[in-house]
Design a protein around this ligand. Sequence first.
Ligand code: Z5A
Length: 208
Amino acid sequence: MSGFFITLEGGEGAGKSTQIPRIKDFLEHTGRKVLCLREPGGTPVAEKIRDILKTPDAMDRLCDKTELLLMYAARAQLVETLIKPKLAEGFDIICDRHDLSTLAYQGGGRGMSNADIAAVRGVALGTFRPDLTFLLDLDPLEGMKRARSRGSLDRFERSEASFFERVRATYLAYAAKHPQEVKVIDAAQTEDLVFSEIRKALEMLYAV
Ligand code: Z5A
């Protein structure tokens, strides 16, 4: 039996990485085999692309088109070489970010057109989609406070506040149009309350 592909989305500091081990524990306790991944990244090649995407380079600034293509290059490698084979083996995959991040960051944030994004997505993914997405929604100012206590800022974290406001608005607009696909969770709640909402949705998905 094929596994489920579950993704977590949201702005920086929303709590995605915090919730993933809890989801893994919960699913493993129900007897499922679980693999946790992140994007961009998750395979050796995709992790090299992640380094390019995250590291600021004052001598050779990434243009928006290159950023979009690299996101999908990393995603195609991950989906084709790892996610699809593991789903076929019956693993559930929990992925920290996936395709919706591109719509939010490269679309909403950078202003790239939906048509351009859809064209590249078509090549990279075809019709492949998650079974369920959790959108951890948080005021970007609060997310930045949480995330920036970690120290030096990567290329994305150096963006201005309005960029993150556009990212959030794009996420919420997509979720409003696709309520069956994306479950929005108020990420300003405590970690326990966030997980209890995730757990309820998982119980419905798995009917456990
Ligand atoms: N990106 C893109 O542009 N396009 C794409 O298609 C994809 C990605 C796939 C990846 O960065 C960057 O790539 C990302 C978007 C871009 N950049 N940004 N910004 P990343 O993987 O390094 O970073 P991230 O995904 O944004 O992760 P993050 O900042 O670590 O956020 P998080 O995983 O959601 O948060 P966390 O690590 O679980 O929690 C952050 C802190 O908050 C931590 O101290 C927790 O203990 C605390 N926390 C967590 N939950 C709570 C609650 N509920 N209350 C209080 N405190 C909490």
